[in-house]
Design a protein around this ligand. Structure first.
Ligand SMILES: [Zn+2]
Length: 121
């Protein structure tokens, strides 16, 4: 197998309404970078699924950064889709990821329905 590595793993929700915003954002912020990109309903809501994907990206592609993108009005969260809940879950995911991969750069974002990206710290 030819050795091939990339910079980052991007994880977002599958929601089609946000794909054009995400592509635009990636085009701007990851223009000179390479990345794996996957979509799961609710993004990092199912942490177990995320960690499995992350493990593969780390082992095969030696990524150094992971970006988790949640969004407003997420069907996977239903009535629980509040900014506060998303921030809580994103931070929980980050904590868990850093426990397993302390050297990874973990960035968290929340997209509004109008396409605006908000950084979650
Ligand atoms: Zn969603």
């Amino acid at each position: 197998m030819v050795i091939h590595t990339c910079d980052a793993l991007i994880i977002s929700c599958i929601d089609f309404r946000f794909q054009k915003y995400i592509q635009k954002w990636l085009g701007k912020n990851f223009r000179n970078k390479t990345y794996d990109y996957v979509g799961f309903a609710g993004a990092s809501r199912d942490l177990k699924t995320i960690l499995k994907q992350l493990d593969i990206s780390v082992r095969l592609h030696k990524i150094t950064q992971i970006v988790l993108i949640h969004h407003e009005d997420c069907g996977a969260y239903g009535k629980e889709s509040t900014p506060k809940r998303h921030a809580t879950d994103l931070k929980k995911a980050k904590k868990q990821i850093l426990k397993l991969y302390p050297d990874l750069k973990v960035d968290l974002f929340y997209i509004l329905l109008d396409g605006k990206f908000e950084k979650v710290d």
